[in-house]
Design a protein. Structure first.
Length: 659
């Protein structure tokens, strides 16, 4: 977000610089040509010297997007600005130009079918209202039609940048994209204002305007370096971390920056109504940005994620006339459609893009960590004793150290097995359904990549837990076999519900519900071991590595749920929320079937009675933190529709589901 604010503030100096240069005799197109040409030469030189390979790759692979950016977002925008400012008051022009957030949000919702939070619509409306106050449009009711059309054209041209730039930025760095885009814009402006016709003789003149007296060349340099090079480069770089709706709304801060610069440099003042309008713009941006930090379609302003690439549809839904053909590489049975026939836009979400881009730096499977098996310490217990539900029961306290140690070893074997089963039979199958195009709205290149990466992570987690159990058997005894324990309750419950579901869409939603609950809570489950002291170092390190990945996977699952739920029918929404409730009940339960088996395997006399006492005391829930799922449901405004007793589990609010 900081980059977007820098961009808006530096763009805000364009107005005063343009007024100063206009008083020096330069036309609007000559000023635009000077800005773009100087910035293009400098950026191309820097890119060619520092990143020649990236510059060539961007020119070769993203030329289409770069040409569109150059022609519309640079050349056309600057030309239309000159036409509009010459024909209508500046205040009205500002209002019309910065209708671009409305264009962007409507396009995202109606064309790309990306849901937008209510607060985004509210914030956009407040921003537009503030712009109306700044422009005091009621005092200028007779306007030139050509000027109005030109100003509306600038709104469209500006929107193109916010909607299109992300496609190039998904694969290429901001510097080559900005350099090539501005260069194309400068070349396109030659059609209107050739560089050969520029009045170079005036560069040595001195201009005085308002409280500023400076050489013309210095003002041109400021306009080119600060108000163009820095402004465009930071703005385009910001779009790697912001969704289009977030970036376009932050751009309206240019109005605030422009008013401040005009006051400081030119002595221009604002009326109380205009000041109120600027305040409304700020309020609207804050309201919208707070909702977009974790929104599914609008993206997270506070996240650092590349903007979405050109989407590659992977759903099995029919393609409407004029749309590109659907990619069926993941579709197992395109003739069987579980969720209807409507085509939805690709997932446009910064969280997904950030995690996909950072996989090689964050994933346990890609890191050079110490060998887990070398950390085994036979002198330490394998599982935290304080989270055992009967740790303070007299029967347990009266056991000899060997039996207590054996119970804790079996508990860790059970944790490893539960994790393996969840990953193998719930999580990866759910991700596979998404990749097969099972769910409406869940498609897009970055989403595919992030899920494929997550599935690799999960396979590595399964391997780590399997190896940890193997090492435990090698050091503690071969009798610690997973097969002696009952199947994990969560996996059994999931299978029972899926087998009982009569329709395919119900089976699919059950799987995605259990997967979402797993990914948003398993991190807290692992934290029970990862944060323990005086426990087997191998198991602590394993849990920490696994938890680190699962926080990222929780981010992905939370965003998927927020995209999927609004695009289901009311019946399907109700079923999914009920499935989430069933999954919560299954995951929060303390599986006494496993404890009963452990009592039998260890030979604890009075073990059955001890477990009965724990149940009678209400110790039926494993105290893991469910803040992640609680937050997602709250953001979706459906928390009250999930019939689950949240007081029976821990919701601290301290464990974010986004890393």
């Amino acid at each position: 977000m900081a980059l977007a604010v820098v961009s808006a503030c530096t763009f805000g100096t364009v107005g005063p610089a343009t007024k100063i240069l206009d008083s020096a005799g330069l036309s609007a197109t000559e000023i635009a040509q000077a800005r773009l040409s100087v910035a293009a030469v400098l950026l191309l030189t820097i890119a060619a010297l520092t990143r020649p390979g990236q510059l060539l790759a961007a020119a070769r692979e993203a030329y289409g997007v770069i040409v569109v950016l150059g022609v519309f977002s640079f050349a056309a925008l600057q030309t239309l600005c000159g036409v509009a400012v010459a024909r209508i008051p500046v205040g009205v022009f500002v209002v019309l130009q910065f209708l671009c957030p409305v264009v962007v949000v409507v396009w995202l919702r109606c064309v790309r079918r990306v849901p937008q939070p209510r607060a985004v619509w509210l914030g956009t409306a407040v921003v537009v209202g503030g712009l109306l106050l700044v422009g005091e449009v009621w005092s200028r009711l007779r306007l030139d039609a050509v000027g109005v059309l030109a100003a509306l054209g600038t709104a469209v041209a500006l929107s193109v940048r916010f909607l299109v730039a992300g496609r190039a930025l998904a694969r290429h760095a901001p510097l080559p994209v900005a350099a090539l885009g501005i260069a194309v814009g400068a070349l396109a402006l030659n059609v209107v204002s050739p560089v050969t016709a520029f009045p170079y003789g005036r560069l040595g003149d001195t201009v005085a305007y308002g409280g500023v007296t400076a050489p013309v060349w210095a003002v041109v340099a400021w306009a080119a370096l600060v108000a163009t090079l820095v402004a465009y480069l930071s703005g385009i770089a910001a779009q790697r971390f912001l969704a289009p709706s977030a970036a376009s709304l932050l751009a309206t801060l240019e109005v605030v920056a422009g008013a401040g610069t005009a006051y400081l440099l030119l002595g221009e003042t604002l009326t109380p109504v205009q000041c109120a309008g600027i305040g409304a713009v700020l309020v609207g941006v804050v309201v919208a940005q707070r909702s977009m930090r974790t929104s599914s379609g609008g993206g997270g302003a506070g996240t650092s994620t590349p903007a979405p690439a050109d989407p590659v549809p992977t759903t099995p839904f029919p393609t409407p006339r004029g749309a590109r053909a659907m990619d069926d590489r993941f579709i197992s049975n395109p003739d069987e459609d579980a969720f209807g026939t409507e085509v939805f836009g690709a997932v446009d979400n910064p969280v997904i893009h950030r995690l996909a881009a950072n996989w090689k730096r964050r994933a346990a499977v890609k890191r050079d960590d110490p060998e887990l098996l070398d950390l085994f310490d036979p002198a330490l217990p394998d599982y935290p004793e304080d989270i055992v539900p009967f740790a303070d029961h007299p029967t347990y306290e009266g056991l000899d150290p060997e039996r207590r140690s054996a119970i804790l070893t079996w508990a860790m074997i059970a944790l490893n097995r539960n994790t393996e089963y969840s990953e193998t039979h719930v999580v990866n199958p759910a991700f596979g359904l998404v990749l097969k195009g099972e769910f409406p709205g869940l498609w897009g290149e970055a989403l595919e990549v992030s899920l494929l990466q997550a599935m690799v992570d999960e396979q590595y987690h399964i391997l780590m837990h399997r190896m940890a159990s193997g090492m435990t058997r090698a050091r503690r005894g071969a009798h610690y076999r997973e097969g002696e324990l009952p199947l994990p309750y969560v996996s059994v419950k999931h299978r029972q519900l899926v087998d009982a579901a009569s329709e395919r869409w119900r089976r699919s939603l059950l799987t995605i519900a259990f997967c979402t609950t797993t990914e948003l809570s398993i991190g807290a489950y692992l934290e029970l071991v990862a944060g323990a002291e005086g426990v087997q170092p191998m198991n602590v390190a394993l849990s920490r590595l696994h938890r680190h990945d699962e926080v990222c996977h929780g981010s992905i699952s939370g965003e998927l749920l927020k995209v999927l739920l609004p695009q289901l029918t009311r019946e399907q929404q109700g079923f999914l929320l009920d499935a989430l409730c069933r999954a919560l009940e299954a995951y929060s339960a303390n599986d006494y079937r496993v404890w009963e088996a452990i009592m039998r395997l260890v030979g604890v006399e009075g073990g059955a009675r001890m477990l009965a006492d724990c149940r009678a005391a209400g110790r039926t829930a494993l105290l893991r933190d469910y803040s992640g799922l609680h937050r997602v449901l709250t953001e979706l405004e459906v928390l009250d529709e999930v019939e689950f007793d949240w007081s029976s589990v821990k919701v601290s609010g301290r464990l974010p589901y986004v890393l």
